[in-house]
Design a protein. Structure first.
Length: 256
């Protein structure tokens, strides 16, 4: 029997569905039959939606490419979907990118609030300090962002400067800027498309990245490292539970 972790189920049933919308008591494993009943959706449709999720990403990116307003944000969405960075880590990136080794070095986060203004935080655990490989798509997107980057305001904080993603005034973008952008993007997309998208946040893009790699069978410890999860349990929640058939298939694959 196929068993799904609810983390994964969220994307199967609603694409970029907001994890926070699911009641806390439901954040456990469900069988496909239980999931179908809970979400009031047929099992056949539930399995079909699993195949449709990548199409949502493609459709959204294609829409952005053609849209006069949101085209300029497309590379940023590509990078978020292709790295799984926390939005504060993403905003903390500077122009000092390691294109030679094609890796993103993560060792700090850029945040902002009404009282403190901009501030930098280091990862709360050692797992947060890591290097994320650049896929070809992410590599090219970062190259374009760097090329098209506007004039930066004279700004530095705690030794960090030359932030990569800038607002129109030349100051660094932060989480709230992406929350607002994605909200407007989904609203416009849904006005022009029959197939509707649910709410999307930067955190949902991170979940999407992790789910995709888990579904592709990436080694859990490798995925834990890339995501910067403090413990392996957080990462394992993205994987389907093992069954006899899946275990047999894995043993046959390794023996081949």
């Amino acid at each position: 029997m196929l068993v799904l972790i609810l983390h994964r189920l969220i994307f199967l049933t609603g694409g970029f569905m907001n994890y926070a919308d699911v009641p806390i008591w439901e954040k456990y494993t469900l069988t496909i039959e239980e999931a179908a009943k809970y979400f009031r959706i047929g099992e056949k449709k539930l399995r079909q939606l699993a195949d449709e999720h990548p199409k949502q990403e493609e459709s959204l990116l294609a829409f952005m490419e053609q849209d006069a307003v949101y085209k300029k944000y497309r590379d940023e969405v590509i990078i978020l979907l292709g790295t799984g960075l926390r939005i504060s880590e993403f905003c903390g990136l500077t122009t000092a990118l390691d294109f030679k080794n094609r890796q993103i070095n993560v060792d700090h986060q850029l945040l902002r609030d009404a009282d403190m203004g901009y501030y930098v935080e280091t990862p709360k655990t050692k797992n947060g300090i890591r290097q994320i490989p650049m896929s070809e798509e992410v590599y090219q997107a970062l190259k374009r962002v760097l090329k098209n980057r506007g004039n930066a305001a004279p700004f530095s904080i705690e030794g960090y400067k030359n932030f990569l993603f800038l607002k129109n005034d030349g100051m660094p973008k932060v989480s709230a800027n992406y929350d607002s952008m994605l909200k407007g993007l989904v609203k416009k997309y849904n006005k022009q498309n029959k197939e509707q998208l649910p709410n999307i946040t930067p955190h949902i893009l991170r979940h999407t990245f992790c789910t995709r790699l888990a579904n592709a069978g990436m080694n859990p410890k490798a995925l834990q490292y890339i995501m910067g999860h403090a413990n392996i349990t957080m990462t394992l929640n993205y994987y389907a539970h093992a069954t006899y058939d899946s275990a047999k298939a894995e043993m046959e694959r390794l023996a081949a």
